[in-house]
Design a protein around this ligand. Structure first.
Ligand SMILES: C[S@@+](CC[C@H](N)C(=O)[O-])C[C@H]1O[C@@H](n2cnc3c(N)ncnc32)[C@H](O)[C@@H]1O
Length: 309
């Protein structure tokens, strides 16, 4: 945890000046402020040759942790952007980071103090509060649970209730946020559209020249590896096929799309008529320890791969 002063206003002022003038050790681009299954931070260097050389209008239908957005926003600061996902808690979190950082930091400091004092009991008390009142309360709860739960998963039951057990962190070592990064994330999110929306609507409304990075819940590698329950609605073969259809239709309208998915015979078949390439990922979420390691992931493009930079 970086040195966090007691008053969030002070933390905010210091963080704002650091974010504005990053020193040699400060991050120059915002990083995701949530851990997210399938997060793309580790793949950004391999993605670089696939991104268009300029981007004026950007959208993500499955924003998750937003690693690709934050990276591209630092490269193309003037691009217009729309970030969508069908997880209302997630979109609320982005909205609060955009609009109410001081209040959010204050609540996160309070969560951390309680967690340090009461550990597991406090985690499960907070987990049970399924519908906290107000956007800041909801966002602070989500970030607190995300940073203290098992593996940073966000998984809900049939009633939409978060049900991940506590992770094995030492409460005195837990960090809920980095002030400079939260301020940088807030700056990156200004003036863009954040919406709870189904992927079909986002892709179908995209226009010629827009660039979309599409990172859906992945097609399972095997029958047992089916972690697709980010939200109540499952994402099965029917949704995968509908996604392909939306992508193909959008490509016909001149929308530029880069899409990730697992590298399986089924996904290669779904995208066989588009440009298909691959990258090597470290597997982050897998209960089966034997399956951790490097695996191939598909990159699908609806435009010719730009020349190597
Ligand atoms: C693989 S994650 C995205 C990972 C993200 N790109 C990152 O870098 O962290 C997939 C996301 O799709 C969202 N999702 C699932 N079904 C959806 C749907 N029908 N429409 C929109 N979003 C959906 C989930 O809430 C989840 O955040």
């Amino acid at each position: 945890m970086p040195n966090v002063p007691r008053q969030p206003e002070l933390a905010l002022k210091r963080a704002a000046s650091r974010a504005a003038r990053p020193g040699p050790t400060e991050p120059r681009e915002a990083q995701p402020f949530l851990k997210w299954a399938g997060g793309k931070s580790q793949l950004l260097a391999q993605f670089e040759p696939f991104f268009p050389t300029t981007i004026r209008s950007y959208a993500e239908p499955f924003v998750g942790g937003g690693a690709v957005f934050f990276h591209l926003k630092a490269r193309f600061p003037r691009m217009r952007a729309a970030l969508h996902d069908n997880n209302p808690e997630l979109i609320n979190c982005y909205t609060v980071v955009r609009d109410e950082v001081p209040a959010l930091m204050k609540r996160l400091d309070e969560h951390l103090a309680e967690f340090r004092a009461r550990g597991e009991t406090y985690y499960y008390e907070t987990r049970r509060l399924h519908r906290p009142a107000g956007p800041v309360e909801r966002a602070a709860r989500m970030i607190f649970l995300n940073k203290t739960c098992y593996n940073g998963l966000w998984r809900v039951n049939g009633k939409g209730e978060f049900n991940v057990p506590i992770g094995s962190y030492r409460p005195d070592r837990v960090s809920l946020y980095d002030p400079a990064n939260l301020v940088a994330a807030s700056a990156a999110l200004q003036n863009l559209e954040l919406k709870v929306q189904d992927f079909r609507e986002t892709i179908n409304k995209a226009e010629k020249g827009d660039f979309l990075y599409i990172d859906p819940p992945y097609y399972p590698l095997s029958r047992t590896a089916n972690f697709t329950s980010y939200t109540q609605e499952d994402f099965g073969p029917k949704e995968q096929a509908e996604l392909t259809k939306c992508v193909v239709e959008a490509a016909k309208r001149g929308v530029l799309i880069m899409l990730s998915n697992s590298d399986t015979p089924e996904t290669r078949d779904l995208y066989s008529h588009l440009t298909v390439d691959s990258v090597q990922a470290r597997r982050a979420v897998n209960c089966d320890g034997a399956k951790r390691g490097r695996i191939s992931e598909l990159v699908v493009l609806t435009y010719p791969k730009p020349h190597a930079r």
